[in-house]
Design a protein around this ligand. Structure first.
Ligand code: DCP
Ligand code: MG
Length: 359
């Protein structure tokens, strides 16, 4: 793939916390945490304001730990409906420039602006224009990463938060990747980062010295990805809803499933995961597909369509129960289950449709 793509990653700053500080001025300039319980009795931090981050508070930390780090921290209950509404307006802004948008979560999205609707041409100018619109129309700040692929754009957007814009042009890609610390690689979790540290692999440049085989030996499938990425190669397309035909989740079980009740339970768990994924991508389809792989590796898929897009868990489960009711599962051993949704509506986003709950 060419190096001529123009990819932007936009990411709102301290999203939930910034919305709360915007709507309740008494929280401005204060260390606040969205999520968790005030007495540190339980729950985790969804996000923390930049003032709270100075104390070391961060997402996914227990509220107890947050309170310990900053006794004065203010805990706020999340208002998901408001965040979804802001996200809807954020996407309306993005759609002025391109429809090639891939949402990663409510506050993050990739854009492919190789060609943009307004003929602006410069990805940097587009990113700046989005930042200005978010500031003036939503009263929020957002950071941008601009580069030639998704990986670089994503890493870049994080480098100068808040309200930053980082551009990594084609000529800088190689040196940028060589000096990038592996722990900043998007997709490298804590465990892998520690493993790399032990192997003396601290920066992209260290990874680049290894052969593809060596990387695969140490890191499995991810090894192929690392080999490419340290060379600045990431051919993944920005997948707008338009390009996606189906969304599915599946699980292979360490021990074969035999009881119907257990099978049903696992399928319902898969439905929960599917709903979260659909919500992230803002997709709603009409057809539910179930995949069952048996002990002997034979596999069946069964689909059922509703008359209109499926938005809720209840409808999904009733379709699923119908599908399962028609499959003979007696004395069968199941090693894998999957559920998927397809037959999406045509338009690119469904902001006018009722939304699924994320949590
Ligand atoms: N979120 C959450 N639980 C997490 C991480 C995030 O509930 N473990 C929610 C709260 C965040 C929102 O998702 O506000 C966006 O996540 P980001 O990772 O983009 O984090 P922020 O926008 O809060 O901060 P940053 O400025 O680092 O992007
Ligand atoms: Mg964010």
């Amino acid at each position: 793939m060419s190096n001529n793509r123009k990819i932007i990653h936009m990411d709102m700053d301290a999203f939930y916390a910034s919305v709360e500080q915007r709507d309740f001025p008494q929280y401005k300039g204060k260390p606040i945490v969205v999520g968790g319980s005030p007495e540190g009795r339980g729950g985790v931090v969804a996000t923390a304001s930049y003032e709270a981050r100075k104390f070391g508070i961060h997402s996914a930390m227990s509220s107890k730990a947050a309170k310990k780090l900053c006794p004065d921290v203010i805990f706020i209950q999340p208002r998901f409906d408001v965040y979804k509404d802001v996200s809807r307006l954020f996407h309306q802004i993005l759609h002025r420039y391109t429809d090639m948008i891939e949402p990663l979560s409510l506050d993050e999205a990739y854009l492919d602006v190789t060609e943009d609707k307004l003929g602006i041409g410069s990805a940097i100018e587009i990113a700046q224009s989005i930042q200005a619109a978010v500031r003036s129309e939503l009263n929020l700040t957002i950071s941008a990463g601009v580069s030639i692929n998704k990986f670089l754009a994503k890493v870049a957007s994080d480098l100068q938060k808040p309200a930053g814009l980082t551009f990594i042009g084609p000529s800088r890609v190689e040196s940028f990747m060589e000096s990038l610390e592996v722990k900043k690689f998007y997709g490298v979790g804590k465990v892998t980062a520690e493993k790399m540290q032990k192997l003396g692999l601290l920066k992209g440049g260290d990874l680049k010295k290894m052969t593809e085989n060596e990387l695969v030996l140490h890191f499995g499938k991810m090894g192929h990805f690392f080999y490419q990425i340290v060379r600045g190669i990431d051919d993944r397309l920005v997948q707008s809803s338009r390009n996606i035909k189906s969304v599915s989740v599946e699980d292979t079980y360490p021990e074969d499933l035999e009881e119907l009740e257990r099978i049903q339970k696992e399928l319902y768990l898969l439905i929960d995961r599917l709903l979260i994924r659909l919500d992230k991508r803002k997709l709603n389809g009409r057809t539910l597909t179930t995949k069952i792989k048996f002990h002997d590796f034979t596999q069946i898929t069964r689909s059922l369509s509703a008359s209109s897009a499926i938005y809720d868990k209840v409808t999904m489960i009733s379709l699923l129960d119908k599908i399962i009711g028609n499959v003979d599962l007696k004395n069968k051993k199941i090693r894998l289950l999957g559920v998927g949704i397809s037959n999406f509506q045509n338009s690119d986003n469904k902001f006018n449709s009722p939304q699924l709950a994320l949590f």
